[in-house]
Design a protein around this ligand. Structure first.
Ligand SMILES: [Zn+2]
Length: 298
């Protein structure tokens, strides 16, 4: 009797086991098929929706893409012009210029420039060079450019005629050469070349192998108080940068400018600008007379 029960139990268990195995196989094969099908479907959906999204995206971004392409082309054109004029590809250049020195603050300017490994161009007045010869020498020694800003810095004297202007620049040029051994062709006329540096002045300077440098960023550091000139420079630099124009920044060798130069140099460094000195072999940059130039009233 017990044996009979044992047999039945084993038989039932065996049958159950059989069904479980068969069922499992069936399930797993169905399952895999189903899941395969499902994954195919999902893949289709993904592809479809992907294509759809792409198509939709194309539709939506087509004008933008064109715009982007235009922008890219413009950028490439700008870069090409930049690399031609600046001798360096893929880098943004800025020219820092300081007028009217040297002075008692020149060393502070040089210290700050050195901190950022920034190079600048100093347009100097001959009498100030005589007062601060060591600053002149240090400026050149540290890799900056030096140019002539004249002797008198007086409108009526400097712009009196072509010869007076030329004489002042030649005197300063000779002082630079005497003190540093550098022959600099670079000049910046007092207050800039507009309006008194007429075409005939320009012709005489060209004949004497002088290169005239005005600016395209006026810091107004002489009439803005303390650090306000920095914000003024930054907003102009940003505009020029957007247009792909290399900024030439006019500043002065003076205390307040030196005190806040750090902030400006930090900004330029963060934005990836390279500050390089102006050199004799560069194409000069000067304001155009158009019909604005006239002789100074004597
Ligand atoms: Zn000046």
């Amino acid at each position: 009797m017990i044996k009979k029960i044992q047999f039945i139990v084993i038989a039932v268990l065996a049958i159950l086991l059989f069904f479980v195995i068969v069922d499992n196989n069936k399930l797993s094969s169905e399952g895999s098929a189903a899941s395969d099908q499902k994954s195919v479907q999902v893949a289709d959906e993904v592809t479809d929706s992907g294509e759809e999204t792409k198509a939709k995206a194309d539709e939506e971004t087509e004008p933008k893409d064109n715009e982007k392409q235009d922008e890219l082309e413009e950028e490439l054109a700008v870069n090409a012009t930049e690399s031609e004029s600046d001798h360096k590809e893929d880098s943004k250049v800025v020219y820092l210029t300081f007028d009217d020195g040297p002075s008692t603050v020149t060393n502070e300017l040089l210290d700050t420039l050195a901190k950022y490994d920034a190079k600048a161009t100093f347009f100097m007045l001959e009498p100030n060079m005589r007062t601060h010869p060591n600053e002149v020498k240090r400026t050149v020694k540290e890799g900056h450019s030096v140019g002539s800003h004249g002797v008198s810095h007086a409108l009526k004297k400097f712009y009196h005629d072509e010869q007076s202007a030329l004489e002042e620049m030649k005197t300063t040029q000779a002082a630079i050469e005497e003190m540093t051994g550098v022959h600099s062709k670079l000049v910046r006329t007092p207050y800039g070349s507009i309006p008194y540096f007429t075409d005939s002045f320009r012709k005489v300077f060209k004949e004497n192998d002088l290169k005239l440098w005005d600016w395209n960023v006026d810091s107004s550091d002489w009439n803005l108080s303390e650090e306000d000139y920095v914000a003024n420079v930054i907003s102009q630099v940003e505009k020029l940068d957007k247009g792909g124009v290399t900024p030439i920044i006019l500043m002065h060798d003076r205390g307040e400018t030196a005190s806040h130069l750090d902030v400006l140099l930090q900004y330029l460094q963060e934005k990836g600008f390279e500050t390089i000195p102006i050199s004799n072999d560069m194409e000069e940059y000067s304001f155009n007379c158009y019909d604005r130039c006239k002789r100074v009233a004597s």
